[in-house]
Design a protein around this ligand. Sequence first.
Ligand SMILES: NC(=O)c1ccc[n+]([C@@H]2O[C@H](COP(=O)([O-])OP(=O)(O)OC[C@H]3O[C@@H](n4cnc5c(N)ncnc54)[C@H](OP(=O)(O)O)[C@@H]3O)[C@@H](O)[C@H]2O)c1
Length: 251
Amino acid sequence: MDSIFSTRTALVIGGSGGIGKAISLALAREGAHIIVHGGSSQERLDQTLQDIQNIQRAAGITTADQCHRALLKPLKGPESVTELLEQVPKTDILVISFGPFLRKPLTQLEANDWDYMTKMNLAFPGALVSAYLDQMLSQQWGRILLFGGTNTESIRGFLTTTAYAAAKTGLGVLAKSVARIGGAVNVTCNVICPGMIDTEYLTEQDRSYAREKAPGGTLITSETIANMAVEILKQPHLNGALIPIDNGLVI
Ligand SMILES: NC(=O)c1ccc[n+]([C@@H]2O[C@H](COP(=O)([O-])OP(=O)(O)OC[C@H]3O[C@@H](n4cnc5c(N)ncnc54)[C@H](OP(=O)(O)O)[C@@H]3O)[C@@H](O)[C@H]2O)c1
């Protein structure tokens, strides 16, 4: 297969569900060797691995290492990085498509809300990027893709998602910092800021709220985000960018 990913390994954190699963499958179509990290659902993880194998078998794709891997463990924050690194010492592509959401008015946010949101949505991605960056720089090839929140591509105020959005906005500094070092050696780091995305995690109530907010009442599919993600990962000169894929939504 003639793809820049066919000799590459991709670690997809949150790769067993939602946007991350769509990215795992899209990278499998490109012939990458996939390591999927799931949270707590063994069933979702097994299904994802099966789907990856089916895609590659049907396409006759032979990856450098046919044995795709799966890890299942709820992440706790930056302290999970050491264990993750023991299990996956090296990756060419790092996608972090997991980040818990919290809706609560600013005046009601408690210390542990701030602690949890910043640990999971900023400190964990930051620590994981730091951990893998050196080897990407040394091999002069690496791709990192992070996920911001809706409208976190610029600094603005949020009434009910302040802690989440503040942490997600911080990912922009991380991506731009990687770009300053990585740009010279084909290592990129970008952030997608999605709008209202239709995933299997939405309840009917969530879905109707999202439809009310989404321009034209239409949610964006995970596959749309995944296709864009693959295009972003292919580009050597798109670096440190904060990319809204939200159909013009302002929340
Ligand atoms: N969906 C949207 O509309 C939207 C909008 C803006 C931004 N985003 C951002 O886009 C990214 C992806 O969002 P998403 O909606 O696809 O869902 P998500 O809930 O952030 O990610 C789902 C994935 O994360 C795993 N996971 C859940 N809890 C975990 C934990 N404690 N430790 C490790 N893995 C865990 C899930 O595995 P299990 O199923 O096994 O738990 C699944 O693989 C996130 O960063 C999110 O903040 C999403």
